[in-house]
Design a protein around this ligand. Sequence first.
Ligand code: HEM
Length: 530
Amino acid sequence: MYPTVLKFINTAQSLQSLPFAILVLFITFALVERQLSSRRLNVLPMPGSASWIWGHEKQVFDKSVGTAYSKWMQQLQSHIFKIKAALFKQDIVVVADPFALTHIMQKNVYNYPHSDVLRSRIARLLGKSLGWVEGENEHRQMRHLVASSLSQESVRQGSSDIFGVAENLCTSLENHIALQGSGSTIINVNEWTSAAALDVIGRFGFGHDFQGGRSTDAVRILNAWGSMVKMAISLQGFVVLMFLRRFHLLNYMPLAALRSQGNVRLTIHAGVAEELVRRENCHEQDGYDLLSRLMGAYRSQIISLGELKDHISMFIMSGSETTSQTMSYALWELAKNPEVQAKLRREIMLFHVDLSYDDIQDRMPYLDAICKEVLRLHPAAPYMERVSTKDDKLPLRFPITLKDGTKVNEVHIPAGQTVIIPIYSIGRDDAVWGDGDVFRPERWMENSSDKDTMPTGWSGLLSFSDGPRQCLGRRLAVLELKITISSLIRRFEFVDTEDVITHKVASSLQPICAGGGESNPKLPVLVKIL
Ligand code: HEM
């Protein structure tokens, strides 16, 4: 192989085509490297038909979120397999086995940091804050700084903020429907939930009013986020992501796709973060809410002004975008399943209109089941990408059967290996749930799942991740979902529009409506005032 390549390069050079020679050299080395890495993972099965340039990754991008991984899990009858990466990068290992997942996410999470491309993206989009920091000590310290602001007690105390936002949302929606001159209208449910979720994190975390998504700040943030999403779900976004992963230096180039990510963080820095810091500098107060904790760290010079603003932007975006998408999918599922919606309404109507925190948390089992079912079927973060820093062995709950019938109970993972955790497909795995793709909240009241086959995350799901890096805002998110859904279902009926919806990923899960301008996420639902 090498003499041929060298001859080829000599010819190219004699033709004064240095770039061509470099390209040939790069491809040759990349192919050799890829073949060696593939051999190191030789016990792992691999799906067929990969593209020469894009490997299997274009199939993942082209199909609705998770579809490709679920299909390969079924075809290969394996909860762990490898796929060909784009641009001749080494093969990627896809891990859906519960023992292997617990090993990575609970016991060895600091040996599996976010991949470089993901980390650069988080830094640009959200800031160098908690979702970005790596290293056990650094991460634990940063998490400790803010953890008490999102504890169960803090969330209980902040529940009045969420009830207030839900009430405003219902009133705005009633006014909007009244303006249409009939008792019902079709809305893009995403627009309403994004504004409400921004309001919740604004009030709960920072004592800031985004005015139902109508303040200048809110509009700027939502627009900047919308542009980022548009770019990320496009073919151009996919190609850029693949190149960024392959050639890390590109992460520092002034590319339009990268600018659109940075705009979200910079918009928050220049607007709301600036205003919050100014306000807090005038009224120095001690407290346990997110802003007080962060300002305390800034005043004690534990964090710089830039870091403080990064923390604010990270909490505003990761606290609102994920929750708003989950809320949208909940309302969409209720619209598609009218009998579930009616049953939920009956449960809600057993209570007085002024629900308490305890009613919501402890006395509404069907609402609880619906929230879990939505989080299982529509996890806001559908995939996770990590890279091993050390040679490792992954234990398996579902052994791999080799061609000669031998069973393999653990898999060697070399240092530097990219690992994808397909959260979306794991939550729908028939081996665990039986009817994984079906929206059936009753399953959560039956308690019949085999715990041994489930991941160890919250409620046997990975929707909030697992282990030391699991979502810090889970309690707030679940309470927010419950309060908002119960308020809306009491006053409105949601009806399916029968639009065909597929799903893409742009930092979080995005619904795409066929024939409705596929470049913008949209989830149409008909709403009727009751
Ligand atoms: C339904 C809503 C939500 C979902 C599905 C969700 C999901 C997740 C997931 C999967 C992760 C792990 C990401 C990774 O390691 O790559 C994560 C981390 C995180 N989430 Fe959430 N999240 C939600 C709401 C929230 C809220 C409301 C907040 C804050 C107010 C929040 C704050 C965080 C933070 C700070 C981290 C980083 C934790 C760490 O690295 O230690 N999330 N979330």
